[in-house]
Design a protein around this ligand. Structure first.
Ligand code: SF4
Ligand code: SF4
Length: 144
């Protein structure tokens, strides 16, 4: 009769003194792997010009059909994306768009805090994608 009680207590005490694995998010955050597939970034040349040449390969290969591009041409015929959007609400973070890009013009960052209050807010435009993602949820303690 008392044996199961002692057994249960032993288990409780074992977990009570073992190393805690729960993180107090967002005060504490996991370090993700360097190859984590998070929010995309459109890369730029040192001059600040976007590397993308609007070849449409990423939009073509995307299984979720969440990349939309409208291409345009500079006076010297260099193509660039006038509009470039990724709908993160549809994206499955497979990374195919990064793999297929011939210009290394799109990368995936380690940013994983992507939740929004509306579906529209999950559609990122060219300007947003050219900026590195910022941490979304800052610890109230650290923020003071
Ligand atoms: S990660 Fe995959 S699903 Fe997301 S935009 Fe790139 S190709 Fe599409
Ligand atoms: S991001 Fe790369 S694959 Fe996609 S349109 Fe631009 S150059 Fe082509």
């Amino acid at each position: 009769m008392i044996a199961p009680l002692i057994q249960g207590l032993k288990l409780t005490l074992r977990y009570f003194f073992s190393k805690k694995i729960t993180l107090q998010y967002p005060d504490e955050k996991w370090d993700v792997a360097p190859r984590w597939r998070g929010r995309h970034v459109l890369t730029k040349h040192a001059s600040g010009k976007i590397k993308c040449v609007a070849c449409m390969l990423c939009a073509t290969v995307c299984p979720a059909e969440c990349i939309k591009i409208e291409g345009a041409a500079e006076p010297d015929n260099r193509k660039y994306p006038e509009k470039y959007t990724i709908d993160l609400g549809r994206c499955i973070f497979c990374g195919y768009c990064v793999e297929v890009c011939p210009r290394d013009a799109i990368e995936m960052s380690t940013a994983y805090e992507l939740s929004e209050y509306s579906r529209e807010a999950l559609i990122l435009d060219k300007e947003q994608l050219m900026e590195p993602p910022q941490p979304r949820y800052v610890s109230q303690k650290k923020a003071g």
